[in-house]
Structures are given as structure tokens and as C-alpha cells.
Design a protein around this ligand. Structure first.
Ligand code: PAF
Length: 286
């Protein structure tokens, strides 16, 4: 059965107050819709660990730094509700825009420090402020106990974790494994914007990442590995590699060698679509 769709904050609060009175825990899966298997796995994990599950669908204008990107973002609410139906989600919250940004709205949540100063931070000015603002609102509006995010957006996961901690919002942020196509391509709503043949070519991003990570694990220095990966991606049809970085998994500081637990993070353009991905890179322990 399709979960009820609520659009007003007062209706959401009436429901969550009832659940709270019964002592039930609430899990939140924030999304912008165009749901794929990655989102569905978050909803499944929420279902397994919380009494009640809310999936939110809100295409947040504040986090788009290019108007055409906001315009082109896929909107598939009807199909999304159908995909969630078998998962036992309790409600879908698709707030009307004024329920998030009412007239006169003037507050911005901005996470500073090293985690927003690199990669998506400079390449998408204002993006993380938009994410932190809307996620703070969704945390407070739903009063959820746990919120589930994909590790595919690793930097975003760090930002929302920091934000909740800094603002004392009583919620546990849970990072869940990236779900991939058989080709290795990370699932993303943006994949829907890629023509079929570009989808096949796009798998080169994850392949280049796995190759570079394996060589870094074997002790090779990072700079030549990055150069070789950029070359391989250009040959595979990527038009621009914005970053292909080996960074400390905790601080996102750039690493020249694999001196501590690291993450390899990349952003690159294929056929006018910006794709991001990241993988864990572990030091070998002998
Ligand atoms: O990852 C997303 O889909 C969005 O950034 C989020 C977390 C739902 C906030 O709009």
C-alpha cells in the first residue's frame, strides 16, 4: 500500500506527536526524489532499525548553485511513492515550499571549517549552506531519532553530522554504504539525465578510482596516480575532472601518500552531467 503523502508541517507534527506518545522511535530518510535503489536501501535500513519511517521528498532550491541544474532535476513523485510502497514506510513528507521557506525566511545554517573548504565547497558555492539549512529544518520538523544518508555524498554526510552535533539536535546520523550498478557506477538521481551510452562510459569513473586506490594501497605516491586517472577519464569521455583527490577520511585533508585511513573522492562531467563518487582507501597492515 502507498504511504500517505503529507504536505503541511502541522499534519506531520500531528502524526509524529502520536508516535511519540506511544513511545515509538522515528527514522528519517531525507531525499530530493527521483528515488533509486540507493534511496530504497536507506529506507530499508531505517525500517529495520526504527519503529516508524518517514521519507522526505523536497527538491531544495537553496542547494542548487546553477538555476538550470534545479530546473533539470528529475521530479518523479508518483513513481517514487510507488517504489516506497513495498517497504512499509509510514509516511512520505513532500512539504509545500512555504513549509520549508515561508515568506520572509531569513535564516541560513552554514558549516565552516576544513570539511566545507574543499571539493564540493569551492566547486559548488552555497551548496552546503543549502544542504545544512534544509537538513536542519527536516531534522527539527520530523523530530526523528535517526537519519539515514548515503556515503556516496561523503562530504555531505560529514557536513550534516557536524551540523547536528554543533546545534545539539538530538538525532543520530547514520551513513550507509553506496549502492552501485553492476558496472560499479554509483547510483544517483543524476544518472537519469545520462543517455544510455553515456551511462556505460560513466562506469570508467569508479574503475579509475578502484585502480588508483589499489596502487596507492600498494605504496605508490598519489600525484602520478591522479595524473594517470585524469588521463584515463579524458580518454573515456569525461570532459572535466573537477577533483580526483586522496584525502584523510576524518578531516578531508589532502594526502600525498596513504599515510592514514583515507577516502578517494572524485567529481567529473560526462555529457553535461556532473557525477561524484568516493571509495574507502585503507592502509595495508602487515
Ligand atoms: O542528498 C540529497 O538528496 C540532498 O542533498 C538532501 C540531503 C536530501 C538535502 O536536500
Amino acid at each position: 500500500m502507498t504511504a500517505p503523502i503529507l504536505r503541511r508541517l502541522s499534519d506531520l507534527r500531528a502524526k509524529t506527536a502520536e508516535w511519540r506518545r506511544n513511545g515509538e522511535t522515528i527514522g528519517l530518510v531525507p531525499t530530493m526524489g527521483a528515488l533509486h535503489a540507493g534511496h530504497l536501501s536507506l529506507a530499508k535500513t531505517a525500517r529495520e532499525t526504527c519503529d516508524r519511517v518517514i521519507v522526505t521528498i523536497f527538491v531544495n532550491p537553496k542547494q542548487f548553485n546553477k538555476p538550470e541544474d534545479l530546473e533539470n532535476y528529475p521530479r518523479t513523485e508518483h513513481e517514487d511513492a510507488a517504489k516506497l510502497a513495498p517497504l512499509g514506510v509510514d509516511l512520505i513528507y513532500c512539504p509545500d515550499p512555504d513549509q520549508i521557506y515561508p515568506d520572509g525566511y531569513a535564516t541560513n545554517v552554514s558549516v565552516g571549517g576544513s570539511i566545507t573548504a574543499v571539493m564540493e565547497g569551492p566547486f559548488r558555492p552555497g551548496h552546503f549552506d543549502g544542504v545544512a539549512t534544509v537538513v536542519a529544518k527536516l531534522f527539527l520538523q520530523t523530530s526523528a531519532d535517526k537519519a539515514f544518508f548515503g556515503q556516496k555524498d561523503y562530504q555531505q554526510l560529514m557536513v550534516v553530522t557536524r551540523m547536528a552535533r554543533d546545534l545539539d539536535i538530538p538525532i543520530e546520523v547514520v551513513g550507509c554504504e553506496t549502492v552501485r550498478e553492476a558496472s560499479g557506477l554509483a547510483m544517483s538521481s543524476r544518472n537519469l539525465l545520462l543517455p544510455k551510452e553515456a551511462l556505460t562510459k560513466a562506469a570508467a569513473l569508479n574503475a579509475a578510482m578502484r585502480d588508483a586506490a589499489a596502487k596507492a594501497t600498494a605504496g605508490e605516491p598519489w600525484a602520478p596516480l591522479e595524473a594517470a586517472a585524469r588521463q584515463a577519464l579524458a580518454e573515456a569521455g569525461f570532459t572535466d575532472v573537477e577533483y580526483f583527490d586522496l584525502r584523510c577520511a576524518e578531516t578531508l585533508e589532502a594526502l600525498a601518500t596513504l599515510s592514514r585511513p583515507a577516502r578517494l573522492l572524485a567529481a567529473a562531467w560526462m555529457d553535461g552531467v556532473r557525477l561524484i563518487d568516493n571509495i574507502e582507501v585503507m592502509e595495508l597492515k602487515y
